[in-house]
Design a protein around this ligand. Structure first.
Ligand SMILES: O=C(O)CCC(=O)C(=O)O
Length: 283
């Protein structure tokens, strides 16, 4: 690994995230915006009422990728795979994703972390199990709902770990209590404003949130869950991941080799580890 990549990998491990600029070209951003607009248009309006803080939570899976070439081209995009390669992940796997649109004038997203492997000792090391690749489809600022993160919180206990709910409760989703600590501002948080087409990669276990969208335009992010080092994980971790990501298998017929290469396949007989959402042993 060259010096530049090694510095980036160290920063990723230390802070729990890093940013790659201009990964998606403007045409891909336009195509994804058009695709998402079409999908969101037919969403039940009730869904958005129940998800005021998160915004839409539309599942992206292999089935969607097989039905839509914009989505399959996106998931297998060379620049994305190159960015993962720059961090030293040459054989990443893709699990699933979400189309997350924060409507105009919507409240902030609560602090949370998406780690669910806290029973697994690997979660307490720098070897990533699950990472988010976030692609905002508009330029983001603190005014329209940019991402906020707490650097280092994937490996170090933060007081918020003991104050926030381990689940995305209806109360959090509907912003029933704006005074909930999950909506607070904390001293060591930082904003991550990005341009449309940039890539933010972060450990699933990193504490993150998003500002309110105070603008008149909706703000969409595609959160894509990859397992960048799957092939080097211990077998029990592989078995756990494989069990969790068994959904949205493609219809039989024409296969897309680049997509198939990203699929998680575990053929051994190791026992999956119980899922645990609470970072019990984080110091
Ligand atoms: O909406 C955002 O900006 C962040 C989305 C998020 O936190 C997630 O996908 O886990």
């Amino acid at each position: 690994m060259n010096q530049e990549n090694s510095t980036k990998r160290k920063q990723f491990e230390r802070d729990g995230f890093c940013v790659f600029e201009k990964i998606l070209d403007p045409k891909m951003v336009d195509d994804l915006n058009e695709l998402c607009d079409g999908i969101l248009k037919v969403q039940d309006p009730e869904h958005l009422k129940l998800h005021r803080t998160t915004g839409s939570m539309v599942l992206i899976d292999y089935e969607m990728a097989y039905q839509n070439s914009v989505m399959s081209d996106f998931i297998t995009n060379h620049a994305i795979l190159r960015a993962l390669g720059q961090l030293g992940f040459d054989d990443p796997k893709f699990g699933h994703g979400r189309i997350i649109t924060k409507p105009p004038k919507s409240p902030p997203l609560f602090w949370h972390e998406d780690g669910r492997f806290w029973n697994d000792p690997v979660s307490y090391t720098t070897q990533p199990i699950q990472v988010f690749l976030m692609f905002y489809l508009v330029d983001t600022t603190s005014q329209n709902g940019c991402l906020r993160v707490i650097p280092g919180s994937h490996l170090k206990r933060h007081f918020l770990h003991d104050k926030i709910s381990e689940h995305h409760t209806n109360e959090l989703r509907t912003y029933a209590n704006p005074d909930d600590p999950a909506f607070s501002q904390v001293e060591d948080e930082i904003d991550l404003p990005v341009k449309a087409g940039d890539l933010v990669i972060g450990y699933g276990s990193l504490l993150h949130a998003a500002h309110a969208n105070q603008s008149d335009v909706r703000r969409t992010v595609l959160t894509m869950w990859y397992y960048p080092d799957y092939v080097n994980l211990p077998e029990r971790t592989q078995a756990t991941v494989s069990k969790l990501e068994k959904r949205g298998r493609p219809p039989s017929g024409r296969l897309i080799p680049e997509l198939e290469a990203l699929k998680i396949e575990y053929k051994g007989d190791a026992k999956p580890i119980e899922i645990e959402w609470v970072p019990k042993n984080l110091k």
